[in-house]
Design a protein around this ligand. Structure first.
Ligand code: Z5A
Length: 215
């Protein structure tokens, strides 16, 4: 087993479009870290703090008034600023690893590729809110949106995003694949259409490979 010498913790993110199985699979990542005695904080976006979770509620709820794309984008980054300040930065600074269910790649995929907002604008907000901070390793679960939406629809009431058309989720999926292609060192794509046990093994292999390159 490799000894981790980084003083600052590592920042791992899990991404993917609707119903790909992030919540299910994130447990495999944390089990992996526990087995290696690595201290970590598990968190999610949008959310992760009391205030940021309130912004999440606003983002996911179905409102009578439609939400503009820019409002959505600014709310996502407002939640992120709070999350970074209260949870992510303090944990990384204390040498803990952070495992985050979605981060800014979701903004490029959903608000950028999905809603069609400018990548430059998102990049500017990313710099403003995060400075130089980027995830060290990102695992992207990839799945045909038709299957993902079917899996998600079995969970009950659909939130504001889940009510989007399939074409929206096709753009989101492509957005993620484009990010992975542009940043192959940081991003590993995992085929989430396989059975859960196979996805787990692929995820852990991608995690080990990714970590071997950065630790
Ligand atoms: N959002 C955004 O727009 N911009 C941003 O910057 C950020 C987020 C950060 C909330 O995120 C929304 O915020 C999200 C994008 C937006 N909206 N959408 N859509 P979220 O992560 O909380 O929402 P979510 O995508 O709906 O995630 P989820 O609820 O955690 O679902 P999931 O993790 O993808 O799936 P799951 O609950 O683990 O699995 C779904 C079902 O499939 C479940 O019954 C599993 O048992 C089953 N499953 C899982 N894996 C398998 C396999 N391999 N085979 C068969 N069945 C499986």
């Amino acid at each position: 087993m490799k000894t981790v010498t980084n003083k600052r913790g590592l920042f791992l993110t899990l991404e993917g479009a609707e119903g790909v199985g992030k919540s299910t699979n994130i447990a495999f990542i944390t089990q992996y870290l526990e087995q290696r005695g690595i201290e970590y904080v598990l968190t999610r976006e949008p959310g992760g703090t009391q205030l940021a979770e309130r912004i999440r509620d606003l983002l996911l709820a179905v409102h009578e008034e439609s939400m503009s794309g820019l409002t959505e984008l600014l709310l996502v980054f407002a939640a992120r600023a709070q999350h970074l300040d209260k949870v992510i930065e303090p944990a990384l600074g204390a040498g803990k690893w952070v495992v985050c269910d979605r981060f800014t790649d979701a903004t490029f995929a959903y608000q950028g590729a999905g809603r069609g907002l400018s990548v430059e604008t998102i990049g500017q907000l990313q710099s403003l809110v995060q400075g130089e901070l980027r995830p060290d390793l990102t695992l992207i679960l990839d799945l045909d949106p038709e299957i993902g939406l079917e899996r998600a629809s079995n969970r009950g009431q659909l939130d504001r995003f889940e009510r989007e058309q399939q074409s929206f989720f096709r753009h989101v999926r492509q957005g993620y694949l484009d990010i992975a292609q542009a940043e192959p060192k940081r991003c590993k794509v995992i085929d989430a259409s396989k059975g859960l046990e196979e996805v787990k093994l692929d995820l852990l292999a991608a995690l080990e490979l990714g970590l071997s390159r950065i630790t």
